[in-house]
Design a protein around this ligand. Structure first.
Ligand SMILES: Nc1ncnc2c1ncn2[C@@H]1O[C@H](COP(=O)(O)OP(=O)(O)OP(=O)(O)O)[C@@H](O)[C@H]1O
Ligand SMILES: [Mg+2]
Length: 426
């Protein structure tokens, strides 16, 4: 969390200061190469959700003009994250950057607690509109995604208990019961849904879980009927039908994705749709050399990229859970997919499990939680910003590199607190 965030919020709440939000400033330099490098650094910062907050303290109810007509200098200029920017905007801060980058304030799950669910005895940690779970194999990342998917009544009658918190309200699901409440402790649960408020009930709508699989994405699929929502399955089956629907319903979207596709995959001339039968569609690609490539020969990276590029236009869900979005992608394509996910996270909360440092580089520290697991205590959650010596380490490393440098893939002892490490405790 930014050091000044709480103070800024305090000023807004008590109406003792004006806060303006903007993007990180563009740096200028005489030399063209340096200017280009600084512009790229700013692009990355914007994608990651870096914001700048300026605080002005009004004099006699007005912002004091500067000397000789120039704008009044802010009393404080400080970096804040996208999530903090959203909270400041909700409290009345003014956005002065380009409209398309305005921070969005909408309800999201800001804390989760899971009890007695598979390898989890109890975890309780903060979440953000876009959030990554990292940690060794077998530590409970996929289990946590499944726990979140359990909120929907469609999830059957799972074991264990999951509670999600948003702006001080809570919703607990245990077996056949779901109850909304306002304290840490859920009241006795009866069957069905109790005390519903629209905000909290949004979280029980079915979430979208993505474990994309190239073989599923390659399969021919039936068309999506007029008026039916645009969807592909958990594994990506139905992707061709989604692109076919773009062609007939959203040609602007189809053309925009096509353009980006040919920039990223320079041997391709166009995305194609073929008809293996009267009622089915398959994906393909037309190459610059004139050849056409069918779905069974499409590269895996292309398929994964096409699935993520379509995500913003699918039927919206409040929660999107993604397994390893880096799968099959060249390192230089990961940032592009993360840019799509960042955009989608403005309307749907995204929780993802990842093993890739370049995914983490695209995130803020408060957007990453490390899961580790011991046989005695089950899964343990440690926010990245609360790992050992985080302040010093984050000055030297980008977040992905910090993780890579101190992770051992076992108990992550050089990252998580000593008390959670069995070898140090013993
Ligand atoms: N009912 C259960 N009780 C206790 N442990 C269980 C139960 N079901 C599964 N597990 C254990 O939980 C482990 C954690 O699985 P999970 O798939 O969540 O790990 P992960 O962090 O996603 O790993 P990876 O990085 O390899 O995908 C499983 O390997 C399994 O041993
Ligand atoms: Mg997993």
């Amino acid at each position: 969390m930014s050091r000044d965030f709480a103070m800024l919020l305090e000023h807004l709440r008590n109406k003792t200061g004006e806060v303006e939000l903007d993007l990180p400033a563009a740096s200028a330099s005489g030399d063209a190469a340096t200017t280009a490098r600084l512009a790229r650094a700013r692009e990355v910062a914007i994608r990651r959700g870096d914001r700048v907050a300026y605080l002005y303290k009004p004099v006699g109810g007005h912002r004091a003009p500067g000397s000789n007509g120039a704008a009044h200098r802010p009393d404080l200029a400080t970096g804040v994250t996208e999530t903090e920017g959203g909270a400041l905007a909700a409290a009345g801060a003014r956005w002065i950057g380009p409209a398309e980058h305005a921070p969005v304030s909408r309800p999201y799950i800001d804390r989760i607690r899971v009890r007695d669910f598979r390898c989890i005895q109890e975890v309780d940690f903060p979440l953000t509109p876009m959030h990554a779970l990292i940690g060794p194999n077998d530590s409970g990342k996929s289990t946590l995604l499944d726990a979140l998917a359990m909120l929907s009544p469609e999830a059957g009658n799972p074991d264990g208990e999951v509670t999600v918190f948003s702006e001080g309200r809570a919703l607990t699901r245990r077996r056949v019961s779901t109850v909304e409440h306002d304290s840490d402790v859920a009241p006795p649960l009866e069957g069905g849904l109790q005390h519903r408020s629209p905000t909290m009930m949004a979280f029980v709508e079915p979430s979208r879980l993505l474990r994309l699989d190239p073989d599923a994405m390659r399969q021919p699929t039936n068309l999506i009927a007029q008026g039916e929502p645009l969807e592909y399955s958990e594994r990506g089956h139905g992707l061709a039908a989604v692109y076919d629907a773009f062609l007939s319903r959203r040609i602007d979207v189809f053309l925009e994705i096509s353009k980006r596709f040919t920039e990223l995959f320079p041997t391709a001339r166009a995305i194609q749709l073929t008809n293996p039968s009267q009622t089915a569609k398959s994906l393909g690609v037309a190459l610059l050399d004139g050849r056409n490539i069918g779905a069974d020969r499409l590269s895996e990276g292309m398929l994964y990229w096409l699935a993520f590029a379509a995500l913003p236009y699918l039927q919206p869900t409040p929660l999107i859970l993604i397994e390893e979005p880096e799968n099959g992608l060249h390192p230089s394509r990961i940032a592009d997919v993360m840019r799509v996910l960042r955009e989608v996270s403005k309307t749907s909360q995204i929780i993802l499990a990842t093993h890739h440092p370049l995914v983490i580089n695209e995130l803020q520290a408060d957007e990453v939680t490390i899961l580790t697991r011991t046989s005695e205590r089950g899964t343990i959650a440690t926010p990245l910003s609360r790992t050992k010596n985080f302040e010093q380490r984050s000055k030297v490393y980008a977040l992905g590199e910090l993780w890579l440098n101190y992770a051992d893939g076992e108990f992550e002892s050089d990252l998580v607190a000593e008390s959670t490490n069995p070898s140090a405790a013993g």
